[in-house]
Design a protein around this ligand. Structure first.
Ligand code: ADP
Ligand code: ADP
Ligand code: MG
Length: 643
């Protein structure tokens, strides 16, 4: 086994790898960027090396710098985590040329699976069923359009170099094909520098079921499947293992196909073979097709660890150190059911925009496995994936594991940035999902219900109001000898002002007038509001946060300083969210018309266009292309009113 390894990543996956290395007595080296000097993964590692600026290209994607850090610290091997350099064959070759071990597959195996068209051709030759479609070299529009006719609509156009759900277009009608093809090619060119596409039959009620494989370069086994059908815009939200409705026949067929795929490329380490399954007629051994192989450890690997009781990172280290596969296929355990929910800093009502902030309070229940790269006090910065944690639960049955997930999400407390917590909670309670009816369209179909903001109950409003009066240090409060003193508090909740009147009627009693009713609060072994128990709460910086499924975040408004609001004479175009300024489409002196595209921001693997709010002349561009920006960063200044 290695004495020391370097982890070429950050965040939760770096922490995850360090945990296992420590348990195996392997010393760890972290690397970090300017933005991560005080990050959790740096604090956890035995040694840490600064490798450059906050932008990924200046640090976590700088392979030479990472390799130099490994040599400086005497690390013998590099674990790439996922994302960043994990699927970069040139990096693997450079690591090996430096006399170090890459904890993962060979450069050749990564290359074989790097492009979707070549991977599909290879898999077809290996006898693995692939999604029907065209994945040849000819990219001429007429040829592709004829191929689409042959496949039959609807079809899916996919970038061969694609990833993260980018560069994909569904086409329902031959009349739209040419336009959609051109758009997909443009998107693929700008995102991946490669305009080539393939055409697939669009599976109507698709389920995403993937198989965890493990190889040692010669032999390979599988560790069962995960169902990742709960997706939003082709990105995974909640994953589970095993797949609901999985039969022994189909598991055997999928496992065998996945192992064949791994063996075909002499795979070493952890990998995932992703299949699409037609959910329309139930799960059948002949109803699954290869989509792609991810040649790395996957974000959702903890659900596999939960049902098998195995540590996949430990296996990665052992295989990379030259050991054979630690287990035979027939000995791999499968116990119960597991779920993982991805908790992100994101603004759900604003369309799931990534958010930033400092986590002034962060607390998780002990009933779930929590994989996280941040602690209370840490910031979610605009530079990286805004993931806060993965919440993982395990139970003897699917129903129990899902109940545990819902309860764990309810008991999760985050203050300091908006999150998708209540969206995840709504998903965990979704009726169809509870019954095991999953397909990749579920979230889109029920998005309104899943993201509905229910107005807080009078009991919760009363609790927030009472908490708000408690924080005020007003000398008058103590002197209410016979008549209760009514205090007025104004709270801002979801942009709305709510006024409440609070009277302390005794040391353990209060009345709160709010939302047209009066709520009675009593304290006897904990406060109740109209008999309902109080929610867990946190007060800080003038904001009261009540946690739980019907939680509330209320800013206490100071009546004296409410003037600043209309000072925004908006000649400044601001970034609506943190991200990277991918393109600036205007220059000083340009006249623009209302609705015209001004710039393109890239955030959360998606592009967002910024448009002009009115006709204007551009006075100044304030930020160059390629800059990482915070939410509300000024980007463009318009010339004053009558320009
Ligand atoms: P999956 O196929 O399992 O859904 P993704 O493609 O969503 O995996 O996850 C890989 C992505 O995770 C990378 O492309 C990158 O955007 C992101 N990522 C990379 N490193 C980290 C990290 N340390 N923490 C969180 N996310 C990361
Ligand atoms: P990426 O590299 O972006 O992860 P994938 O090929 O893995 O691309 O596809 C991502 C997602 O798109 C899948 O999980 C599935 O939800 C959907 N998808 C892919 N291929 C098809 C198809 N042929 N029919 C319907 N949905 C598909
Ligand atoms: Mg995929």
């Amino acid at each position: 086994m290695f004495d020391r390894i370097l982890i070429a990543n950050r965040g939760e996956i770096a922490c995850r790898v360090i945990d296992t290395a420590k348990a195996m007595g392997v010393s760890t080296v972290a690397v970090y960027s300017d933005a991560d000097r005080t990050a959790r993964h740096v604090a956890m590692a035995d040694l840490a090396v600064h490798i450059g600026g906050a932008a990924p290209a200046d640090s976590y994607l700088n392979g030479d710098r990472v390799i130099a850090a490994a040599r400086e610290t005497g690390a013998q091997a590099i674990h790439p985590g996922y994302g960043f350099l994990s699927e970069n064959p040139e990096f693997v070759e450079a690591v090996e040329a430096a006399g170090l071990v890459f904890i993962g597959p060979s450069a050749g195996a990564i290359r074989a699976m790097g492009l979707k068209d070549a991977a599909k051709a290879l898999m077809q030759d290996a006898g693995v069923p692939v999604v029907p479609g065209y994945h040849g070299d000819t990219q001429d529009p007429d040829h592709l359009s004829a191929a689409a006719d042959g496949i039959g609509y609807p079809v899916l156009i996919k970038a061969v170099a694609g990833g993260g759900g980018k560069g994909m277009r569904r086409v329902d009608d031959a009349a739209d094909f040419a336009d959609q093809l051109a758009a997909a090619q443009r998107e693929a060119q700008s995102a991946f520098g490669n305009p080539a596409v393939l055409i697939e039959k669009y599976i109507e009620q698709p389920r995403h079921i993937e198989v965890q494989v493990f190889g040692d370069g010669t032999d390979a086994i599988h560790l069962y499947e995960r169902d990742c059908s709960l997706q939003r815009r082709h990105q995974k939200v909640i994953e589970e293992a095993p797949a609901p409705g999985m039969t022994a026949d189909m598991r055997a067929a999928m496992g065998e196909a996945a192992v064949r795929a791994a063996k075909a490329i002499g795979y070493a380490g952890a990998g995932t073979v992703e299949f699409i399954v037609d959910g329309a007629n139930g799960l059948r051994p002949d109803g699954f097709w290869f989509m792609e192989m991810n040649t790395r450890l996957q974000v959702e690997h903890p659900v596999t660890e939960a049902i098998t009781g195995l540590d996949l990172v430990a296996w990665q280290l052992r295989v990379a150190a030259g050991e054979p596969l630690p287990m035979r296929q027939q000995d791999v355990p499968l116990t119960g059911h597991a779920f993982e929910a991805r908790l992100y800093a994101e603004d759900v009502p604003a369309g799931f925009l990534p958010a930033t902030g400092t986590l002034s309070h962060l607390s998780f229940p002990a009933t779930a496995r929590i994989d996280s790269g941040v602690r209370a006090g840490d910031a979610i910065s605009p530079f990286y994936d805004p993931m806060i944690a993965k919440v993982v639960t395990h139970g003897p049955t699917r129903a129990v594991a899902l109940k545990k997930l819902a309860a764990a999400l309810d008991a999760t407390e985050v203050v300091g940035c908006v999150t998708n917590l209540s969206f995840l909670g709504a998903l965990a309670r979704h009726e169809g999902f509870t019954r095991g009816e999953v397909d990749t369209g579920l979230i889109a179909r029920d998005l309104d219900a899943l993201t509905a903001v229910t107005p807080p109950s009078p009991a919760r409003l009363a609790q927030a109001a009472l908490a708000a009066t408690d924080t005020e240090t007003d000398a008058l409060t103590g002197f209410t000898l016979w008549a209760p003193l009514w205090r007025t508090v104004t709270l801002e909740i979801d942009g709305q002002e709510i006024t409440a009147r609070v009277a302390r009627t005794g040391p353990d009693e209060a009345e709160i007038e709010v939302a047209g009713t009066t709520v009675t609060a009593r304290n006897a072994a904990g406060w109740t509001f109209d008999e309902a128990p109080a929610a867990a709460s946190h007060i800080e910086g003038g904001t009261v946060t009540l946690f739980g499924p019907d939680g509330v975040s209320a800013r206490i408004l100071d009546p004296l300083d409410r003037a600043a609001a209309d000072a925004s004479g908006s000649d400044i175009i601001e970034a609506p969210m943190p991200g990277m300024l991918a393109r600036m489409l205007v220059a000083a002196g340009d006249s623009v018309t209302a609705g015209q595209k001004l710039a393109v921001l890239e955030a959360m693997k998606m592009e967002h266009a910024l448009t002009a709010p009115r006709d204007a002349v551009v006075a100044e561009v304030l930020v160059p292309e390629g800059t990482q920006i915070e939410a509300h960063a000024p980007l463009i200044r318009f010339a004053g009113d009558d320009a």
